[in-house]
Design a binder for this molecule. Structure first.
Ligand code: FAD
Length: 624
């Protein structure tokens, strides 16, 4: 697809820790054959002995526990980026592009975080890719839409920063990495009826990327949440059509195209990557090309502060701690706290835990807590990038199409509907929590009910139409099956008479095409993951053909969205609004520019990358 990246060795090796480092850390070596950049200056033996090295700095300014554990200096860079996800890698790429020396420290043994696991839809209004595709977007339309979606609680200057820098960020990434992007034509904004909303959407996703370009480093790519079927090349945008392959000519054509792409890639000897795999690999390729080291297995433990400013990080490697000094700034891009049970219990509504999140398991709020200890204010901690999910054995399943295809509906414990099932996924869970509040168990879990007619037509997760569902789903109790509505009601513990009444009313509305109760089908977004062959309303079909199935629905998430409060320059702020010098944050470690909302497909990655870019540029623009 693009030129190969010269790569003779992965840059993941940790530095050898000694108290008197005289050579630059091994991880900071530029790649043979890469453009390279001046090596960061490591403190000399004399400097350390004279008391000016980072080891002495650590002892002077670290919290006591961290200082005790600090074994010595690991190096010194202009910028240290924490986390190698969407925000972190974009920040690092930008800082390197601005001529700064950069280190990325990553907790996991792999790079990419949730971004690598993701579908990598990217919501970026008015960008060059969608404009080239003829999308009628403008800065004004986008501003009207964003402000209508997020409301006044998100400061206007942060909204402006996102809108102004998103398109610039994308152009920068394309100029400085092998990544290319494609318009997700037809993937509607989530509120297309609001001012400035676009029914055909303004989201993009990465183009196909050949993993060979990463060489040995490909082995360190965090795997996808749902791997693409072997032999196929599938984009996020294809998913809608793959669901419909059994019932739609276009669905069949798209499936065939996915296979053809897979065959072509195999013939060319490529390792084709798409979605989050492509995004993470492409950003990593940019870092390789720029000579930016990424230290895997190297979690941030704490921030180093000096005179009220953040001047470095304490990192742990193989159980040994040391300090990396950041001359110009630290960018926290360590993701959310979706996998930290204590933080979830502290900040979020019950029932909550870590078991329903599909986010990267290393995202345990480390950077958020370190920022808080350094004085940062936190916001939006009660919220997440929610989505109705089925708690399947092994791993939760984040439902997209299954919830919105015609022939299904969601009921609460009373056996009644309570939400537009096709509404944006975050909104559905907000309603679940709101209605469950004070009546615990009334809406969590809820149940998705479908019939055999539905099962004969559509993919369910990765189970082909008509094929039986795995026994383990039934044995674990997350799926139920019965031959009558009443028997199904008994199995899921809802009043049979109420479920009967609900289904009769739902079926009548499906025949008429008018969901007077919850307005399913009123917007273009509702119709995205549906079956266009179904009339008069592609979102609605009656549930009448036995056997009937029920799937337990819980509030899952793609990650949390609350964290360090930042300003329009991505600088970390204290509760009084003052800036913490030396500290920037982006992505899910920061409180989202989306506020409590979700504007369109890619509303987490678009802002994460944009504010990573903003942070790095701000560091470069700020005098040291
Ligand atoms: C299955 C799935 C599908 C998704 N689909 C989409 C989509 O299509 N569009 C969209 O916009 N969003 C999507 N998301 C959400 C999106 O992936 C995340 O919101 C986004 O990646 C957040 O970016 P980030 O850089 O903040 O965090 P991440 O990408 O998660 O990166 C954070 C990194 O920080 C590392 N880290 C954590 N703690 C430390 C520490 N102490 N020290 C060093 N490193 C640390 C983590 O290991 C991780 O690598 C999806 C998520 C999942 C799981």
């Amino acid at each position: 697809m693009t030129e190969a990246i010269p790569l003779t060795a992965p840059v993941t090796a940790p530095p050898t820790l000694t108290p008197t480092v005289t050579e630059p850390p091994a991880g900071a070596e530029p790649l043979a054959g890469s453009p390279g950049r001046p090596l960061p200056a490591a403190p000399s033996r004399r400097a350390v002995l004279a008391g000016t090295g980072a080891g002495v700095l650590a002892a002077a300014v670290l919290p006591a526990a961290a200082a005790r554990a600090a074994e010595g200096p690991l190096g010194e860079y202009d910028v240290v980026v924490v986390g190698s996800g969407a925000a972190g890698m974009t920040a690092a790429l930008t800082a390197a592009g601005r001529g700064l020396s950069v280190l990325v420290v990553e907790k996991a043994p792999t790079f990419g975080g949730s971004a690598a696991r993701s579908g990598a839809g990217i919501w970026l209004p008015n960008n060059s890719v969608i404009l080239a595709a003829g999308v009628p977007d403008t800065r004004e339309k986008a501003a009207a839409y964003l402000s209508a979606v997020v409301g006044p609680e998100v400061p206007a200057d942060r909204q402006r920063a996102f809108l102004d820098n998103g398109p610039r960020m994308l152009d920068f990434v394309m100029a400085n990495s092998p990544l290319r992007f494609r318009f997700m034509d037809g993937y509607s904004d989530y509120y297309p009826n609001l001012p400035g909303g676009l029914p055909n959407g303004r989201s993009i996703e990465p183009d196909q990327f050949d993993g060979n370009l990463l060489g040995a480093e490909l082995a360190h790519l965090n795997p996808a949440y749902m791997p693409v079927p072997a032999g196929m090349v599938v984009f996020s945008q294809d998913y809608k059509w793959l669901n419909l392959a059994a019932v739609s000519a276009k669905g069949l054509a798209v499936s065939t195209e996915c296979l053809a792409r897979g065959t072509k890639a195999a013939l060319l000897g490529q390792k084709p990557l798409t979605m989050g795999q492509s995004l993470a690999a492409g950003l990593r390729a940019g870092l390789l090309r720029a000579g930016v080291p990424v230290w895997l297995d190297s979690p941030l433990v704490d921030l180093v502060q000096e005179g009220g400013a953040v001047t470095g990080v304490v990192v742990e490697k193989g159980g040994v701690r040391g300090v990396v000094r950041a001359r110009r700034g630290v960018v926290i891009g360590s993701g959310g706290f979706e996998h930290d049970a204590q933080m979830r219990a502290q900040y979020q509504q019950q029932p909550i835990g870590t078991q329903w999140s599909v986010g990267a398991k290393e995202n345990t709020g480390d950077g958020i807590r370190a920022g808080q200890r350094a004085g940062a204010a936190l916001a939006l901690m009660e919220d997440a990038w929610w989505g109705p999910s089925i708690p399947l054995p092994g791993e939760p399943y984040f439902c997209l199409a299954e919830r919105t295809l015609p022939g299904g509906l969601i009921v609460n414990r009373a056996g009644t509907r309570f939400v537009n099932e096709a509404a944006p996924y975050s909104d559905v869970v907000h309603v679940m929590y709101e209605k469950d509040r004070g009546a615990t168990g009334s809406h969590i879990p809820a149940w998705l009910i479908v019939d055999q007619n539905y099962r004969n037509k559509y993919l369910f997760k990765d189970i082909l139409p008509t094929l039986p569902l795995p026994d383990a789903w039934f044995e674990s109790g997350v799926a139920r099956k019965a031959w009558t509505w009443d028997a199904l009601a008994g199995q899921i513990g809802v009043p049979a008479a109420a479920l009967r009444a609900t289904l009769n009313r739902f079926n009548a509305q499906a025949w008429s095409g008018n969901d007077a109760d919850f307005h399913r089908g009123d917007t273009a977004y509702d119709h995205y993951y549906t079956d266009p062959n179904v009339v008069p309303n592609s979102c609605l079909a009656p549930v009448w053909a036995p056997p009937f199935y029920a799937f337990r629905i819980v509030p899952g998430d793609l990650g949390t969205k609350g964290g360090i409060v930042t300003d329009a320059r991505a600088r970390a702020l204290r509760a009084d609004g003052s800036v913490i010098r030396g500290l920037w944050a982006a992505g899910n470690a920061s409180a989202a520019v989306m506020g409590h909302s979700y504007a369109g497909a890619g509303s987490t990655i678009g802002p994460a990358m944009t504010f990573g870019y903003v942070a790095a540029n701000d560091i470069a623009d700020t005098a040291p």
